[in-house]
Design a protein around this ligand. Sequence first.
Ligand code: XIL
Length: 386
Amino acid sequence: MSLDTVRLDRRTLLAGAATAAATLPLVARATSVPPGLNALATEKGMRIGSAFAWSPPGADAGSFANPAYAALLQRDCGLLVPENQLKWQATRPAPDRFDFTHVDAMLGWAEAHRMAMRGHTLLWHKTEYFPRWLVGYDFGATAASAAERLLTTHIETVCKRYAGRIHSYDVVNETVDEKTGELRETSLSRAFGGTVPMLDHAFHAARAAAPQAQLVYNDYMSWEPGNAAHRDGVLRLLEGFRKRGVPVDALGVQSHIEPAGDAPAGLLAARQEKPWRAFLDAVTGMGYDLLITEFDVADQHLPTDITLRDRQVADYAGAYLDVMFSYPQLRDLLFWGMCDRYSWLKGFKPRKDGSTPRVAPYDSGFRPKPLRDTVAAKLIGAATRR
Ligand code: XIL
C-alpha cells in the first residue's frame, strides 16, 4: 500500500468511518474498516438499499436529515425508498390536490449522494391505508370512469414528475388477502368495476407514463408456515397478468420474515424451504424478476438475551438469504430501515418483555449487529449477476 493511500485513509478515517466505507471501499478494505454492504453487492451486480424518511433537520428520525441515520445510508446503501412519503396518504391530501414536498427533498438528497430511489407505491390496495377521503368517496353517477380518472391521474402525476429519476415502482402493493388468497375489494375497485381490471389498468398506466421503469407487484407472502393461501393467491395474480399481457416486470418480496420460535435457524429453514422454492420457481418460471423490498426480521418470539437474540436473527436471515440469493433474478435487497431505533416493528410487533425489537442491521445506538455481518457474508458468497 502506498504512503498516499495510507495518508488518505487516515484522513478519511478521521472524517468518519462511515464515509470512508461508502466512498473508498477498496482503500477501506485494505485496512480494518469493513466495506459498505452496497460496495460488496456492487461486485456481484447487486444493490443494497433501505427505507428512509423525511424529517426536519436534526430530528431523531430515520431520515436523511438526521446525520447519524444518513451516515448508515451512505455507508451501506446504493438504493433508497421512501418509507411513507410517496403513499397516497402523504402525496394526495385531497382528490384534486398533490403534495410532493417531502418526496422532492428525499429524491434530491438521494441523487446528491449518488443513490437511486424506488417509488413505493402507486396503489396500496388496502382500505386501511387509503387516505381518509377515499374510503367512502362518492364517485358519482359515472363511477367507473371517475375511478379510472382518479387512478390514472395519480399514476401519471407521480411517474411524469419523476420521469428519468425513479426507475422502479411498486405499482401495486398488497392486493391479495393473506387468509383467503382472494383479491381485496375497496371503494376504488368497486367503483372501477372490479379489482382485476383496476390492477391491469394501473400497470398499463404506469408503463405508458414511465416506459423505462421497472414495474413491480409487491406483497408480503413469505416462507413461514401459514402463508400457503397467500402465496397461491399471488401466483394466480401473476399468472393472470401474464395471460392478459399486463406489463409487470418483477415480484417484490417484502421479506418481513419472522422466526416462529428459537429453534435453530437451519431447522426452521429446512421446514420452510421446499414450498418457498416451489413458489419462487413458479414466479421466475413465468419470467418475473425478484426483489427483496422490505427486509427485516421480527424478533417477537425470540429470547430476551441480546447476544442470543441477535445471533438467532442473523442465522435465520442467513438461511433465508441463502435461498433468495440462489436466484440470479434477484439483484436488489432493501432493508425496511437500517436501525432498530426507528423500526416500524417497535409499534407493529412490540415485544412482550418490553425491550426494543432488534430487527435491523444496526441497533438503537447505530452500532452494527450480527445481522449486518451475515448479510455481508452472504453477499461475498453470492454468485455474480450478469
Ligand atoms: C409501514 C411503515 O413502515 C409505517 O411507518 C406505516 O405506519 C405503515 O406502513 N408493508 C408495506 C409498507 O408495504 O409500506 C409498510 O410500511 C410495512 C408493510
